[in-house]
Ligand binder design. Sequence first.
Ligand code: ATP
Length: 134
Amino acid sequence: MADEKLQRLEIVTPERKVYTEDVRMAVLPGSEGEFGVLPDHAALVSALKIGVIRVHHEGKVFKITVSGGFVEVRDSKVTVLANSAEREDQIDQERAAAAKERAEQRLAAPGPEIDVARAEVALKRALNRLNAVG
Ligand code: ATP
């Protein structure tokens, strides 16, 4: 609709700007659960967990994977600072499958040199990417 209110969504990582667009709504994987943000939302800051941002833009919904980070909402601007983030079309499925395999092998036979918590988080990132494209 022409008169639909929009808000700026910006998603950045330490490496790159992943997305900047005026969108209708963003649904974010907050550390306390998923929540949607529409224009004129109250100001907030929240941690994000590994998950998917659902972007409602020009009548379509698409996904951007994030591997944790923070979101700030203020003055109809949604700023996501993510550890890493990928649009669906940027996800390399083979790479994610290999990362999943590596993490699963480490967790199946965790020797003294294996950081289990790190492998668990790597597995979550890989599964998140695979789920988003699968
Ligand atoms: P890997 O072990 O394959 O590097 P990772 O989960 O450790 O995966 P991250 O540290 O989260 O990777 O991300 C490092 C960079 O690589 C980021 O820019 C991220 O967007 C990118 N990246 C990681 N995995 C993929 C993937 N499967 N497809 C596309 N980009 C990816």
